[in-house]
Design a protein around this ligand. Structure first.
Ligand code: 5AD
Ligand code: SF4
Length: 447
């Protein structure tokens, strides 16, 4: 075991990835070093409980940590994130490895708690309380890289019938606009060229009682105007909260990329109503049309749940039809999973899991066909790639690099020389499409 060393295992969404990155940098600032699980003095498992399957993965990961560290009681194991919040003190293990629980609002106190617990081997700590305002963590120092993820809020107030997030991440709390802008500026100064604003329901930003009067579109315009910014994105918006200003921003703000992840969840009006989504199919299509009017090349992605309680074959077909009508270029799709404490967990008419799985397979086949068709249209197009790093693909005499186009698609391209191209913007022509990625050739000077 290496003294003052840590290992973080992360599951779940981009918010978790960002939280883990913050913890990693904070521990490094306090003199901790990264290590493999087998050598680490502190192991943090940052968890997700959005569905049952990721929650099972957490249990498996904890068992793995125990095995790899040979249950050494000197190793401090912390459970962070949504599972910690949901299961609470049940996670403290009798043999003593799990001695720290970190909820989303408790993360800021985690580095100090870790140091404290290393000094006090008999102590356990639980940082699961919710705070009633956004806990300002300060900016992430040393988080270099061309893409900066910047948190703008915590939690969610929507209580969609299936969703555990409002219970595990708490009510919506907006971060002060000045802090968001300060972090964006600092990240741009450190070399970032793209900013992605993060939150559970970003376009409701500023509309909670902790908001400071700045709306989401106001914040977006301020970020878009920052010097040095080449690209701007955000995840995740809620269709019901996409106001006219959020739509027109795609035409007005040059750095805002023509790519939006817009969770549909279902294409059936009856299912959407039961989910409590507060829009119907027509509202959604109308939004898609308005977005494409402003940006005809707008690439849309989505989330879909199949087999929500009461979903009939006809409801499911409505979802397939909507998928086609919206021409999503990608989608994350899931079988409905009961989450304890949510309204839907109590709904009757649960769909047979075999039927859900069969629907999921049909939906994913449709998505693959759609993606292939939309990708094929891209071959021959000119675009720009922001290089994120080296790619594993190789071409004789050249190094292969990967990055994203403005539509968020991963693109591979070969570039000559031994230069580090990370963070460079490369004009290219798309030459080939694969199942999930595109291939390209340089077609102009880097900037
Ligand atoms: N069952 C299945 N999928 C779910 N999601 C959220 N809760 C559930 C659930 N109980 C999906 C939604 C959401 C994505 C992050 O996870 O599609 O947008
Ligand atoms: Fe969950 Fe709905 Fe909030 Fe998204 S908007 S986090 S699905 S409650």
């Amino acid at each position: 075991m290496i003294d003052k060393s840590f290992h973080i295992i992360t599951f779940g969404c981009q918010m978790n990835v960002n939280d883990s990155r913050w913890l990693e940098l904070s521990l490094a600032e306090r003199g901790f070093v990264k290590a493999d699980t087998a050598d680490a003095q502190v192991v943090v498992v940052n968890t997700c409980s959005v569905r049952e399957k990721p929650e099972r993965k957490v249990a498996a990961a904890l068992a793995d940590v125990r095995r790899v560290t040979r249950a050494d009681p000197k190793v401090l194991v912390a459970v962070a994130g949504c599972v910690a919040q949901r299961l609470g003190e049940k996670l403290f293990s009798p043999e003593g490895q799990v001695r720290l629980l970190i909820g989303s609002d408790g993360l800021i106190r985690a580095p100090e708690a870790i140091e404290h617990l290393l000094a006090e081997p008999d102590l356990r700590l639980s940082l699961l309380d919710f705070t009633d305002r956004y806990e300002e963590r300060g900016r992430m120092r040393g988080a270099s890289g061309p893409v900066a993820q910047v948190n703008i809020m915590q939690g969610c107030d929507n209580f969609c019938a299936y969703c555990i997030v409002p219970f595990t991440r708490g009510r919506q709390k907006s971060r002060a606009a000045a802090s968001v802008l300060e972090e964006c500026r600092a990240r741009l100064n450190e070399g970032a060229r793209e900013i992605c604003l993060l939150g559970q329901n970003v376009n409701a930003y500023g509309q909670d009682k902790r908001g400071d009067g700045v709306t989401f579109s106001g914040l977006l315009a301020c970020v878009a105007a920052l010097p040095g910014l080449a690209r701007l994105r955000y995840v995740t918006p809620h269709p019901k909260d996409m106001g006219p200003e959020d739509v027109s921003a795609f035409g007005d703000l040059a750095p805002l990329c023509p790519r939006l992840h817009l969770p549909l969840q279902s294409g059936s009006d009856a299912v959407l109503k039961n989910m409590g989504r507060k829009y119907d199919g027509r509202d959604f299509l109308n939004l898609v049309e308005r977005l494409r009017k402003v940006r005809p090349d707008m690439a849309l992605g989505t989330d879909i749940i199949v087999g929500f309680p009461g979903e009939s074959e006809k409801d499911f077909e409505d979802t397939l039809n909507m998928m086609e009508a919206c021409e999503f270029v990608s989608s994350f799709s899931f079988c409905y999973s009961d989450r304890p404490g949510t309204r839907a967990a109590l709904f009757p008419d649960k769909v047979d899991p075999a039927v859900s799985r069969e629907r999921l397979a049909r939906l994913q086949t449709l998505q693959e066909t759609q993606t292939r068709r939309l990708f094929a249209k891209r071959v021959g197009q000119k675009t720009e790639i922001l290089i994120e790093g080296r790619s594993r693909r190789q071409e004789a005499g050249k190094t292969s690099w990967q990055g994203r186009d403005p539509y968020g698609v991963l693109v591979h391209l070969a570039l000559s020389g031994n230069t580090d191209y990370t963070g460079k913007m490369v004009p290219v022509i798309i030459t080939q499409c694969k199942k999930h990625t595109l291939m390209a050739q340089q077609a102009g000077g880097l900037w």
